[in-house]
Write a protein that binds this ligand. Structure first.
Ligand code: NAI
Length: 702
């Protein structure tokens, strides 16, 4: 066997070091060869009677071991996969069974198999760097940790905490990981190995000595029913991996024999791997990876990285953007015409940092440093040294155009001029300046700190270098960009709107708010559409609907219930009432009075939840197909990735276009056509779908 992915060295002190260093790659991953190599190295270590201990390290800049090589796993047959899983379990078992103490010295991401190998060690030390993250995110891919992770983690940190981490696929940074017990000590990167050697002195972890004793034999009896109910309520049976992971964790914790527990892990992953939902989740993972690294071929983004930015408008979005940028090391000017809004914006930023410290995302020191990188400005300041300006003032074309005209005089020729507008035309805005080629949309979603997607909107006159630079900037600040051509509503809001207005229309026609929302929760959306309208605000939803219906009058309109709600002052959560009544504690119940706003003209026969969900989902598919046909984005994957990341569209369905493929274009078109005849022209299927139905094509051909 050629040894090439891991270096094995022995010091004179009897301490062995295994360094993961996959050649020609920024990442370490586990494939079959690497596992076999690890197994051979471990056998050599085990044979050394004078060995004192073993330290596992990585030579990479930002990755310990990123997990399994998903590209390889995706191609495996069920039989090959079973062999591969068993090999990993055996090798990690070899590591756990060494009679010498073992320490994983983690710098960078130790995820999935990368953390399971660390779990098979006695101790774990990690660097505090931002790139260091640990955890078992397998359920996010429709899989479960099956190299001992589902069994060993509950033994290390207890069943409740292990369940919380594994079922949600969380991957905390070093500090929260230390608090949870996922790692034992945080040490600066340069001292990692020394610290690891010091941990060897503690000997074997007490857990490995009581090897196969159950950590808590009453687990199943005491907490299992409660957890099962909770998981069932949260997943609605849509995420089999979460259920299987739950069984594996609870079963593993209560099992006397590790062998049984590991067998259970193997069986569970074997059942999951071929399912459509796992396939879709894995594809989404690849789409996200693509968004992280993608660039326009042959277009330079310029030499200089964006280091300082001005944010114009210190409201909800401006403050959120300023905080995010400052936390990533940028110097930021936060400007507003209203001094009280500047102060309020800075208070919002302060609140976000405080919350970050509480969640151990930052140290106090980092939070203070981040906060002090923002300079508040209530009067005009020179912006000539800014690399980027992001305008996040009120959503009015004339206000924004005035801001951009003024910017013309106070920024340099190099400055990228961006707007955070949710719907206004970038091209029209750019026309107000002397440098339309430098104007672009950088559309963050709310709340900025938790939404990963950013739409980069390219106006008709935007220069390709500026698009490249904006996309690179979004990638560098740790968000996921999708490049979209300027068009009303851009991509995400454009596809979301027909869905929201359909929900409102179904309500108008007699369906209850609960029925409409539950239908979509059953479908897999994270929140029902009517509750989402309440969150967004009926006024804003009506505005967006008006803008989009002006652009696409044949398919879109403002449902009558929205002006009704607005007239009644029931704007949604911010007003305490909308489709629901909201109380101060964020609890909500249906607003029975909203039903009185129905015009009553078109009551429909009650529809089942499936039928309700079907109508709403079909309209998303249809609009997504229109966007693709208009060339707003390059590929179906862009649409699906953006809808899942930006709206939480049922991830296991892979996005609206992937879902359309699973239904088949013929069925989609057939049902849309039937609805168009019976219930309204807005169901008319998109010509692209019609053509696909005729030719039997799919959005994803492979
Ligand atoms: P907001 O109303 O909270 O804040 C707007 C701020 O702009 C106010 O503080 C106002 O004083 C300031 N402002 C107005 N004219 C100004 C000028 N000439 N110069 C400097 N500051 C000025 O609004 P929000 O929600 O933060 O929205 C800002 C932009 O972001 C809008 O274009 C909106 O469409 C967009 N957006 C909003 C999202 C949301 O969920 N709130 C999501 C994504 C985009």
């Amino acid at each position: 066997m050629t040894m090439q992915n891991i270096r094995l060295e022995r010091g004179d002190d009897g301490v062995w070091t295994l360094t993961f260093d996959r050649p020609n790659s920024a990442a370490n991953v586990f494939d079959r060869a690497t596992l076999e190599e690890l197994g051979a190295h471990l056998a050599a270590v085990a044979a050394d009677a004078a060995a004192r201990g073993l330290v596992l390290m990585s030579a990479k800049d930002s990755i310990f071991v990123a997990g399994v090589d998903l590209r390889v796993v995706r191609q495996m047959s069920a039989g090959d996969l079973a062999v591969f899983i068993e090999l990993g379990q055996t090798v990690f078992g070899q590591l756990a069974a060494l009679r010498i103490p073992t320490v994983a010295a983690i710098h960078g991401a130790a995820l999935g198999g990368g953390y399971e190998v660390a779990l098979a060690c006695d101790w774990r030390v990690a660097s505090p760097d931002a790139c260091t993250k640990v955890g078992l995110p397998e359920t996010k891919l429709g899989l479960i940790p099956a190299w001992g992770g589902s069994t060993r983690l509950p033994h290390l940190i207890g069943v409740p905490k292990a369940l919380d981490l594994i079922l949600a696929g969380k991957t905390p940074g070093a500090r929260p990981a230390r608090k949870l017990g996922l790692i034992d000590e945080i040490v600066p990167r340069e001292h990692l190995r020394t610290a690891a050697v010091a941990w060897l002195a503690r000997g074997k972890h007490p857990r490995s000595l009581v090897h196969s004793a159950p950590m808590n034999a009453v687990v199943d009896l005491a907490i299992a029913p409660h957890v099962r109910r909770d998981v069932e309520a949260k997943t609605r049976g849509l995420y089999p991996a979460v259920q299987k992971a739950m069984e594996a964790v609870m079963g593993g914790a209560a099992k006397w024999h590790e062998v049984d527990a590991l067998k259970r892990e193997r069986e569970a992953i074997g059942e999951l791997i071929g399912t459509e939902s796992t396939r879709n989740l894995v594809s989404l993972f690849f789409l996200q990876e693509r968004a992280k690294h993608r660039a326009l071929p042959g277009v330079s983004a310029g030499e200089r990285a964006i280091a300082c930015a001005a944010v114009i408008g210190a409201g909800v979005m401006g403050a959120g953007i300023a905080q995010w940028l400052s936390a990533r090391g940028l110097r930021v000017i936060l400007r507003d015409i209203d001094p009280t809004r500047v102060a309020a914006g800075m208070a919002t930023v302060g609140g976000l940092y405080t919350a970050g410290v509480r969640r151990r995302l930052f140290t106090e020191h980092e939070a203070r440093a981040g906060f002090s990188r923002i300079s508040p400005a209530a009067t005009e300041v020179p912006l000539r040294r800014m690399d980027l300006v992001i305008e996040a003032a009120v959503e009015k074309m004339d206000v924004k155009q005035n801001i951009f005209r003024r910017l013309d005089d106070i920024v340099s020729d190099e400055t990228l001029l961006a707007t955070n507008t949710s719907a206004l035309s970038i091209t029209e805005l750019a026309a107000a300046t002397k440098r339309p080629e430098r104007v672009i949309g950088i559309h963050f979603f709310n709340p900025v700190h938790s939404m990963q997607l950013v739409e980069v909107i390219v106006g008709r006159s935007t220069a390709p270098e500026c698009a490249q630079r904006a996309r690179r900037f979004v990638q560098r600040i740790g968000k996921l960009p999708v490049l979209v051509k300027d068009s009303p509503g851009f991509l995400v809001n454009r596809i979301l709107l027909p869905y929201l207005t359909e929900a409102a229309r179904l309500f108008e026609r007699g369906a209850s708010a609960i029925e409409v929302d539950e239908a979509m929760l059953d479908f897999g959306m994270p929140m029902g559409p009517l509750r989402l309208i309440d969150e967004v605000g009926a006024d804003i939803a009506a505005d967006v609907a008006a803008t989009l219906s002006a652009a696409f009058p044949e398919r879109m309109s403002v449902p009558a219930i929205l002006p009704g709600l607005i007239a009644a002052g029931w704007l949604g959560r911010k007003a305490g009432k909308g489709f629901y009544v909201h109380d101060a504690k964020d609890a909500w119940k249906p607003n029975d009075d909203a039903a009185n706003l129905r015009t009553g003209a078109q009551q429909v026969v009650p529809l089942s939840r499936e039928a309700l969900a079907h109508r709403m989902a079909l309209l998303m598919i249809n609009e997504a197909a229109h966007c693709l046909a208009e060339g707003l984005v390059e590929a179906p994957g862009d649409v699906d990735f953006a809808m899942v990341t930006g709206t939480g569209f049922a991830p296991f369905r892979g996005g609206p276009l992937c879902y359309a493929d699973s239904l088949g274009a013929r069925r989609v078109v057939g049902e849309l056509s039937r609805l168009a005849e019976q219930s309204g022209a807005h169901y008319q299927p998109c010509p692209l779908l019609v053509e696909m139905a005729q030719t039997g094509k799919h959005f994803y051909e492979d």
